[in-house]
Write a protein of this length. Structure first.
Length: 302
């Protein structure tokens, strides 16, 4: 009887100790999981986005909003042109390559290694010095201006003033888009080139007879935005492709982005951004487009 009682006591104590041990292990495991899940949100994250100056204002504004809610992020947004953005992200030198053109359109870039994240649409169009006296031209007249055939605004019903063409560098996505859809592939005459959209706007506004082209997001009252064949450069005309000089705003990553980078890219497509800074800065939300255009230029109606 005493032996049985002693055995029972030993067994009970053993079970109690084992139970306490398991409970302690479970507690330690839960604590570790909680620590792991909480640590990700506090780890510093650095993102460098380089490329299109047409897209730069949007990414800059969205970045400020995102960082205010995610203090562990440091996001740097730089220009340099779409070609620079695409080549640098392909080389792994930056996190995101901002571009106005499809990666497939840039020679020397292996588009198969890049993942496209379209975050907005941007309209572009010709702008002139406000004193030239012209507000509407035909597409052929636009081509003749930029190819150097038409040299004076009086030939287009404007002032007797020499036309001063301000172009963009060869790596510019804005230039590629403008030449493809505004000039039907014609190459612009050799002229002064400026990379920064803000600088282009300033030069055109201050130079008699000047003409260049800008994204809608850079157009303001300091220059005159030209209509083409009586079609005005408006968001509504871009949405249904009545105005054909437009492009998607791409944010490319090398391969699929990690969770931290994806969080920022997903933020770009939230209603807060699409219905907020996208519209405020003169871009078109992705949802506003009534058509889609692929890299070959084929248009399909949504």
């Amino acid at each position: 009887m005493k032996k049985r009682l002693l055995s029972t006591i030993v067994l009970s104590v053993g079970l109690l100790i084992a139970g306490c041990g398991n409970q302690g292990a479970a507690t330690d495991e839960s604590s570790n999981k909680a620590k792991d899940s909480g640590s990700n949100s506090n780890q510093p994250v650095k993102i460098v986005a380089v490329g299109s100056t047409a897209l730069q204002p949007l990414v800059d504004a969205a970045k400020d909003q995102f960082v205010s809610e995610h203090a562990n992020y440091t996001i740097s947004v730089q220009g340099g042109g779409s070609g620079t953005g695409l080549s640098q992200v392909a080389d792994g030198a930056v996190t995101i390559g901002n571009s106005d053109v499809f990666a497939e359109e840039k020679s020397g870039v292996d588009a198969s290694k890049l993942v496209d994240h379209r975050v907005a649409v941007v309209g572009m169009g010709p702008v002139v010095n406000k004193d030239v006296g012209v507000k509407n031209i035909s597409k052929q007249e636009l081509i003749d201006i930029f190819s150097g055939k038409t040299k004076n605004w009086k030939d287009l019903g404007g002032k007797d003033q020499e036309i001063a063409v301000i172009n963009r560098p060869s790596g510019s996505g804005t230039r590629a888009t403008f030449e493809k859809w505004g000039l039907d592939g014609a190459k612009a005459v050799q002229s002064q080139e400026q990379d920064s959209s803000g600088t282009v706007r300033q030069i055109v506004s201050q130079t008699p007879g000047a003409i260049s082209y800008l994204a809608f997001s850079y157009m303001d009252e300091s220059t005159e935005a030209l209509s083409i064949d009586n079609v005005k450069p408006t968001e509504e005309n871009v949405a249904d492709n009545s105005w054909k000089i437009w492009s998607y705003e791409h944010m490319y990553t090398k391969g699929q982005p990690d969770e931290d980078v994806k969080a920022f890219l997903d933020f770009m497509l939230t209603d807060d951004v699409q219905e907020g800074v996208v519209k405020e800065l003169g871009y078109l939300p992705m949802t506003m487009m009534k058509v889609e255009r692929d890299v070959t230029g084929t248009i399909t109606t949504k």
